[in-house]
Structures are given as structure tokens and as C-alpha cells.
Design a protein around this ligand. Structure first.
Ligand code: HEC
Length: 103
């Protein structure tokens, strides 16, 4: 849904990319670009750190999200991720956000 500039990743961000591709990309698209009819882009101003802090990713993953910004329905809780897996995913998404001017 959006054009995402990619960036060289390091450490936690690489682990986050793997976890994201396994658990999130099916809805949010590879590189968090969004998938029409499924889920919004996370590389989007709405999800900049000041509006959706790191904690909101943990809450979304653990208890899900009630649809409120988009017409795609609710996000279900996502099983099989530890708190540190989610922290890695956040590191990955923040790296992509920064590369795309979202800070
Ligand atoms: C089954 C599809 C689906 C999957 C899988 C999914 N999401 Fe979502 N997610 C959504 C939808 C739909 C929304 C938008 C809800 C709305 O309208 O605001 C959303 C919203 C979010 C939000 C915004 C939360 C908020 O407070 O507004 C975050 C953060 C998020 N997802 C992260 C993730 C992460 C991280 C993963 C993988 C661990 C993931 N999502 C997997 C469908 C999905």
C-alpha cells in the first residue's frame, strides 16, 4: 500500500525481520508496506514512535487490536512470540520507519 525504502539491518533488527516475516507480514505485508484488504502499513506516520509507542506493539501482539484507524477489521492476538521477539520486531519496524522519514 506504501512504497518502503529498505535499509541495511543489524543485530536485533535482523532477528525482528525474521519474526515479522513469520508472524506479521501475512497481513501487514513484507517490510510493513501494508496489504490492501488485510492490514495497514506500519511504515506510516500513524505508527511513528510519538503516536504508537513501542508498548503499543506489545499490546497489539498480546491482546490484539480493535479496528479503529482502518476498515480492515480487528487484529487477533498473535501466538508464539516472546516479549523479546516483539522488541526485535519493533527494532526492525523503527529502522524502516527512520529510513522512510518517519520518526
Ligand atoms: C490477521 C491479520 C494481522 C496480523 C497477522 C497482524 N496484524 Fe497488526 N493489525 C491488523 C489490523 C487489521 C490492524 C489495524 C487495526 C485498526 O483499524 O486500527 C493492525 C494494527 C496493528 C498495530 C497498531 C496498533 C494500535 O494500537 O493501533 C500494530 C502495532 C500492529 N498491528 C502490529 C502487528 C505485529 C507486530 C504483528 C505480528 C506480530 C501483527 N500486527 C500481525 C492485522 C494484523
Amino acid at each position: 500500500m506504501v512504497e518502503v525504502k529498505t535499509v541495511e539491518l543489524s543485530g536485533d533488527e535482523v532477528l525482528g525481520e525474521t519474526a515479522f516475516n513469520a508472524k506479521c507480514a501475512e497481513c501487514h505485508g513484507e517490510t510493513g508496506a501494508g496489504r490492501n484488504g488485510m492490514a495497514p502499513p506500519l511504515i506510516h506516520k500513524i505508527y511513528e514512535p510519538g503516536h504508537h509507542g513501542d508498548q503499543s506493539f506489545l499490546i497489539a501482539t498480546q491482546i490484539g487490536v480493535r479496528a479503529h484507524h482502518w476498515p480492515f477489521g480487528d487484529m487477533p492476538p498473535i501466538d508464539g512470540l516472546t516479549v523479546s521477539d516483539v522488541a526485535n520486531i519493533v527494532a526492525y519496524i523503527r529502522a524502516l520507519q527512520r529510513a522512510n522519514g518517519i520518526e
